[in-house]
Structure formats: structure tokens, C-alpha cells
Design a protein. Structure first.
Lengths: 331, 337
């Protein structure tokens, strides 16, 4: 059985402008020790889907209105508030995007690191302190005894993100959710943090869900990639499937619209025209249709199912076979 | 003319538009409330030289705190440089005042990074674009000015009816187009694009990059393209300068810099950029640069990069390496290349 099973998860926001279908029935699984990426652009629902796993969506205006999240034999959506608090930080760790705002500015690094192990594992203060030292060394922070006394504002962005990783790993969770973990960091620091996350998750056998808008970031680290658009997963497969054999026009367009640092410029960029749809006004047809150059009449009738296009590779497009054929012609 | 003309990035002349020489911008750090005293200086920009030719897009890349934005602000005369000269068409900018400064400012425009905070939320889009045109007295007549605003919106790929909307009614990509239309309205020669596409999603980013390129060709614009995104810089720029801790470490034509980087920092930076291709990514060596960027208040001695450098030698902490031309047009500040 998979470690995490998300089935038809639906999260909506009830606003004065209407109901926002932020996450509109997504399903995926995460195996033990596996790294799964969720990629997509602003407002596609990738962060909300991850926050929904830990029930961290603010209510109101947000509410998880349907679905099931199976984790260690339980449905997380049916747990009491007290029970879900025992899952957060203990069995599922989380790393947020902004290392500046996600640490408490008035507590020392040591206090923030020991808090979780004291609360969840019942460690004595002494035992927690030695665990904190161990964690600081694990995430590569030099001079841990001094750093533990310091406050978040003493640390650089990269170092704060290392502290976030240490906190997420403190109770030896089964799963870590990383929401844009490197977006706020410089590129050389990003490379350091990604390498650290990969090494630690492999060493400790922790599964990871990594949420990102950067297609490059996950190419190296993800076992599976889920591409989201307008609240739905529109393509899923191994990183190689998704990057080398895209079968949904949106994935294809995303890959074509980013310039690459390793290639000489050959022509102008080929952007996806138009804007993503308003998530309060989805009509049950394919939400990418207005921007899609493969759109046909059928696409206005219904949202295509996420159908198999290869072994473990699925795409939600009526014309994915033709896209496959077309790509082979070009190649 | 060299091979730039054939590289799909438009044409560049040999005519120098902007010339920056020995530019330094040191910000004082003060202590005390009543008896304020200067205790240190942040050496945001510490002695850089470069030229920008007419029609050229020069990329300025580097990580946070390297001084790339400050360099742009000095050219825009939003900062008074500590030392050095900035010539625009051979005229020194730093001494200009009053009408002379205003006349130059019309010709040097800027597009900012954040399309949310760089548009006044209380003004309609038409007023945002029309105000600088009125201030500079280009089109005094209101009706004609409104007509011009609608033209500018259309040029930037927006519906002219957006003139009556407010910024909050628009998406990030649309707002960035408004910022571009505002800059274009003054018919500038030179635009500083400070992380102009960094806040946009990739599909929208590609649209705005194409717009910037089209406008460059149509209106013979020259850009200083400041960005931390090396992939975008490779795509849009003719030449690229790399900065680190207030110094310029390398400058070359775009493909030369990316295919044949010389400075250890440039190489580390390129190595760190993730490539959206799992097969290539798995095969890459991934030599990850160690350490973090030191404080610009108290930068390392000699070569500022030496504490993080993988080819450091004895002399590096002792002397500041000269910025020298190792090949025609390829400049590097490193003694070991």
C-alpha cells in the first residue's frame, strides 16, 4: 500500500466573487521514500493541494469539500483537530517557501528545534538539546552550539531554510511536504539546498512532495511529476516521460516557453497565449481549451479523463495520441 | 559588424550610448539616534567599468546583494554615486540638475520587477501611462494624450479599453505590460529592465520577453537587462556582465560567456542553474559551490570571491585581480585564467 493516497481531493474557497475551485478533484499516491513533484503556475492549486493534506487551509474562506487522504491507514480528513495536530510535524513535516516568515522571530533557533521533539516525542530538555545539535550538523550548519542560541534574523536565507529542513526532519517523519523550498533563494544556495534535501531524504528514507513552479528544479530530483492546471492534474508520469514525451498541450507549451541556459538561442520563444482561467467560472469543459492550439469541438463538451498514454504515464487530453504521433514526426 | 547581427537578437551598432567608468556606490551604515555617526559602508558597487552600445541589450547578472540593481539605479540617477562617471552619449550624468536632468530622464526609462507595487493603485491605467507624458510636456492636449495612451496599450498587447481600469483589476502579466507602456510613452532611447520578467509565471514571462524584443527592434531601444535568471539573460542579451559583491567578474558576448565561461564564479553560477531535462540533469557533475555570499560591509580582501573559489592560490587574498581582456571582447577579473 502506498504511504499517501490522495483520492478525488476537492478544496474550495467561498469568496464574495464566487466559489473558487482551487483544487478540483485530484488523485495521486506517494510511495515510501519516493519524491513526487507537483508543478504548475500561480493559482493552479498546487500549494492549496499540499496544504490540504495537513488540513492547513484557512477556514473560512477555504474548505476541503470532498475526497479522501489516506495516510498510515487513516483518512486524514476524518481526524479530529487534536489527532491531525499529532500528525503534523510528527509524521508529516513541512518546509515552506519563505524562510524569513515561517520561523518565529522571537524564539531562538534552539527553542524552535527542540519544541517539536519535546511535544511529539516527549524528550527531556537535555535529550532534545542533543537532538537539536545532531540535526544542525545533519543539515550542514557550522558551529551548531552558537547557532542554537541565535534568532532567525541572525541567519541568512539559506541558513534559515536549513533550519526549516532540520525542524521538518526532527521527529523522523515518513513524509515531508516542501512548498517552493528554494524559490526565495539565490541560485547557488538553491543548488546547495536541493542537494541537501535529496541526500537527507534518500539517507533517511523519507518520502517527499515538492511543490514548485520551476521545471528545472524537479528534473533532477523527482521520481514522479504531476503537472497541474486550473485545479486539476493534467499530466502525470516519471520525470523522463513528462519532459521527453509530454502528452498534454499545456506541458508541451510550458516546456517550449522557457529559455534554456544550456542551449544557444535559436528563435523567439513560443509562449502560451492568453491567461489562466478564472477559477470561479469553470464550466466543466477542458479548462486549457481557450489557450490550446490543439483544441477542437469535443474539448468544449467535457473535461477529458486522465487516461493512460504509456506505462504509468497519464494525460488529460482527447488528442494525446495525436500529440504523440505529431512529436514523433517532428523528431 | 561582427556575428551578433546574425544571431536572431537584432542588430547592434558600434556607437557607445552609455559608458560607465570606475563607478562606486557606498552606502553609509550609521549608529546612534541623536549623535549619528557613520560606522561602516556597504560597498554595494565598488569600482566597475562597462559600455553599452546603441541597440544593444546588456545583461547584468549576479545573486542578491551583488550590486546589479544599484548599478541600474545609479544610471537612472536615482542614486548619487560615491565615485566614477556615467556618460550618456558622451555627457556626464552625475552633475546634471533641473531641466537638463529632466530632459535626460525622459530618454532613460525603467521597468521595475514588481508589477504590484510599481503602479499607483489609486490611478487608472490611462492616468498611469499618461502622467509622465504630461509631466514632460510631450502632449499637452488631453484628448490627444488619451489617444496616445490607447495606442501605447495596443502596442503592448493590451486592450485600449483598459485605460479606464485600475491596477487591481489586472493580472501580473498585464500590469507588467502597463509598466512597459508607461516607459515607452516617453519615447526613450534606453530602458533599464530591473528583473522585469522575474515575478511572472513562465507562460506569461515568455509573452513579455517576446514583447520586449519586438519593441527593441521596432523602436531601436537599448536595454540594460538586470536579472538573476541566467536562462532568460542568455535568450535576450547580446552581451552579459557577471557581478559578485560589487565587482564585475566577467563580461563577454552572450554565447561566448555561456559556452566558455572563464571566471570560477561564472562557472559555479552556470553549474547551479537547473535544466528542465532529467537526462541532462542526471549526467551533470554538479560541483556545488560552497559557502554563502559574504557581507558587502566587510568584503574579503584581495579577490572578493577567494573564500568560495575552487582554484584559489596564495596571491588571491592579497591583491585585487585586474579586469583584463583575455580574448577580444571577453573580460575576466581572475589571475588564474
Amino acid at each position: 500500500m502506498a504511504l499517501l493516497e490522495i483520492d478525488e481531493l476537492k478544496t474550495q474557497f467561498f469568496t464574495s466573487a464566487g466559489t473558487v475551485l482551487a483544487v478540483d478533484g485530484i488523485s495521486y499516491t506517494v510511495e515510501e521514500g519516493e519524491t513526487v513533484a507537483v508543478v504548475g503556475e500561480s493559482g493552479c492549486g498546487k500549494s492549496v493541494s499540499a496544504l490540504s493534506i495537513l488540513r492547513l487551509v484557512a477556514d473560512p474562506p477555504g474548505r476541503i469539500v470532498g475526497g479522501r487522504i489516506g495516510f498510515m491507514g487513516r483518512n486524514l480528513l476524518e481526524l479530529s483537530d487534536r489527532e491531525i495536530r499529532e500528525v503534523r510535524g510528527r509524521h508529516i513535516g513541512i518546509i515552506f517557501q519563505e524562510p524569513m516568515t515561517s520561523l518565529n522571530p522571537v524564539l531562538s533557533i534552539g527553542t524552535q528545534l527542540t519544541e517539536t521533539v519535546v511535544h511529539h516525542l516527549g524528550y527531556s530538555e537535555q535529550k532534545a538539546a542533543s537532538r537539536a545539535l545532531e540535526l544542525m550538523e545533519m543539515v550542514g550548519i557550522s558551529d551548531p552550539p552558537r547557532r542554537l542560541e541565535q534568532y532567525p534574523h541572525h541567519l541568512s536565507g539559506g541558513m534559515r531554510q536549513r533550519v526549516m529542513i532540520a525542524m521538518a526532519l526532527a521527529c523522523e517523519p515518513k513524509l515531508i511536504i516542501a512548498d517552493e523550498p528554494t524559490t526565495a533563494l539565490d541560485v547557488t544556495i538553491q543548488a546547495q539546498i536541493l542537494e541537501l534535501m535529496k541526500n537527507l531524504t534518500r539517507e533517511l528514507g523519507v518520502a517527499m512532495i515538492i511543490i514548485t513552479h520551476n521545471l528545472g528544479v524537479v528534473a533532477r530530483y523527482a521520481d514522479r511529476v504531476n503537472v497541474m492546471y486550473a485545479g486539476k492534474i493534467i499530466e502525470t508520469g516519471t520525470a523522463e516521460d513528462v519532459y521527453h514525451r509530454p502528452r498534454h498541450p499545456y506541458t508541451l507549451a510550458l516546456l517550449n516557453s522557457v529559455p534554456r541556459v544550456d542551449q544557444q538561442r535559436s528563435a523567439k520563444l513560443d509562449p502560451v497565449e492568453g491567461q489562466p482561467p478564472d477559477l470561479t467560472r469553470l464550466d466543466g469543459s477542458c479548462s486549457f481549451r481557450p489557450r490550446c492550439r490543439f483544441a477542437q469541438e469535443e474539448c468544449a463538451q467535457a473535461f477529458p479523463e486522465l487516461a493512460y498514454v504509456g506505462d504509468g504515464h497519464r494525460a488529460a487530453c482527447f488528442r494525446s495520441q495525436e500529440i504523440a504521433a505529431g512529436l514523433e514526426q517532428v523528431a | 559588424m561582427n556575428d551578433i547581427a546574425t544571431s536572431h537578437r537584432g542588430t547592434v551598432s558600434d556607437d557607445v550610448l552609455i559608458s560607465v567608468d570606475g563607478l562606486k556606490m557606498h552606502f553609509p551604515v550609521t549608529e546612534g539616534v541623536v549623535l549619528r555617526r557613520v560606522v561602516a559602508h556597504v560597498k554595494a558597487v565598488d569600482g566597475i567599468n562597462f559600455e553599452i552600445r546603441r541597440g544593444e541589450t546588456l545583461g547584468l547578472v549576479g545573486e542578491s546583494g551583488c550590486g546589479k540593481t544599484t548599478t541600474g539605479r545609479c544610471i537612472l540617477q536615482l542614486e548619487r554615486p560615491t565615485a566614477g562617471s556615467i556618460l550618456f552619449e558622451g555627457r556626464e550624468l552625475s552633475g546634471l540638475k533641473g531641466d537638463e536632468l529632466r530632459a535626460i530622464r525622459r530618454r532613460i526609462q525603467v521597468i521595475f520587477q514588481d508589477p504590484y507595487s510599481s503602479l499607483n493603485p489609486r490611478l487608472k491605467i490611462g492616468e498611469i501611462i499618461g502622467e509622465p507624458i504630461r509631466v514632460h510636456g510631450l502632449i499637452p492636449d488631453k484628448a490627444k494624450r488619451d489617444q496616445r495612451v490607447r495606442e501605447l496599450l495596443a502596442v503592448c498587447g493590451l486592450n485600449p479599453a483598459f485605460a479606464d481600469r485600475y491596477p487591481h483589476e489586472m493580472s501580473g502579466g498585464q500590469r507588467q505590460r502597463v509598466g512597459i507602456a508607461r516607459a515607452l510613452g516617453l519615447e526613450p532611447d534606453f530602458i533599464v529592465c530591473d528583473e522585469a520578467v522575474s515575478a511572472l509565471d513562465v507562460s506569461i514571462q515568455a509573452q513579455v520577453i517576446n514583447l520586449l524584443e519586438d519593441l527593441r527592434d521596432e523602436f531601436d531601444l537599448t536595454y540594460l537587462f538586470i536579472s538573476h535568471d541566467l536562462s532568460v539573460v542568455r535568450h535576450i542579451c547580446h552581451r552579459v556582465a557577471v557581478m559578485y559583491l560589487g565587482k564585475m567578474v566577467e563580461l563577454a558576448e552572450t554565447d561566448e560567456l555561456f559556452d566558455n565561461p572563464k571566471h570560477p564564479y561564472t562557472r559555479a553560477l552556470l553549474e547551479a542553474v537547473p535544466i528542465p531535462d532529467p537526462v541532462i540533469e542526471q549526467a551533470r557533475a554538479h560541483q556545488i559551490i560552497k559557502g554563502e555570499i559574504p557581507s558587502p560591509i566587510n568584503p574579503p580582501s584581495g579577490c572578493v570571491f577567494h573564500p568560495r573559489c575552487d582554484i584559489v592560490v596564495e596571491g588571491c587574498p592579497k591583491a585585487v585581480p585586474a579586469f583584463r581582456e583575455v580574448k577580444p571582447g571577453h573580460w575576466v577579473a581572475c589571475t588564474e585564467v
